[in-house]
Design a protein around this ligand. Structure first.
Ligand code: INI
Length: 160
């Protein structure tokens, strides 16, 4: 597995574009909120650390990961943004629900990247159990929210 013994949130600031003046949206799913709050906090801190202003970051909550698609679309249509980070945590249960939510959310966010002019970063953990989610939202494998923020900055300035 790619993340074994790997901390995902280490970045070299010298290689990241300055985010001062860029505007970001963060859409956060309320499902497994102890995980999504950790991811959001990692993303927020990394954006600020790379130069973004707190007043240039908008956060909205949505009920579940499936709603990240509409939430991100509506945010793009109502604010002038350079990138959006969609944050969710889906954890495998006993039924096929996990597969449908993961598939639809990934496809929906992919569709937004094709149809709108604002990059939407996929920061949705899809884990087999809660421990895997804890390990990736500020635990032993770092914080995928941090990684998403760096991706958002890079995509916001792509081609400029
Ligand atoms: N949504 C999640 O974000 N994570 C989950 O683990 C989850 N599970 O397990 O069901 C989940 N379901 C809700 C789904 O995202 C929608 O909110 C719901 O289907 C209403 O559209």
């Amino acid at each position: 597995m790619a993340t074994v013994n790997k901390n995902l949130s280490v970045y070299d600031k010298a290689t990241i574009p300055n985010a001062n003046g860029l505007r970001f949206g963060i859409v956060v799913s309320e499902w497994n909120s102890e995980i999504t709050e950790g991811l959001c906090s990692g993303a927020f801190k990394a954006l600020l650390d790379c130069g973004a202003q707190e007043s240039d970051i908008i956060r909205w909550n949505v009920p579940g990961s499936f709603e990240l698609i509409f939430g991100s679309k509506k945010m793009i249509n109502s604010h002038k943004l350079d990138a959006v980070i969609a944050i969710g945590s889906v954890i495998q249960g006993e039924t096929k629900h996990f597969d449908f939510v993961c598939e639809a959310t990934a496809q929906g966010i992919k569709d937004l990247n094709i149809t709108t002019n604002v990059p939407v970063i996929f920061c949705v953990l899809t884990d087999n159990n809660m421990q895997q989610a804890i390990d990736r939202s500020g635990g032993k494998h770092g914080n995928k929210g941090t990684e998403a923020a760096i991706a958002a900055i890079k995509m916001a300035v792509l081609g400029s």
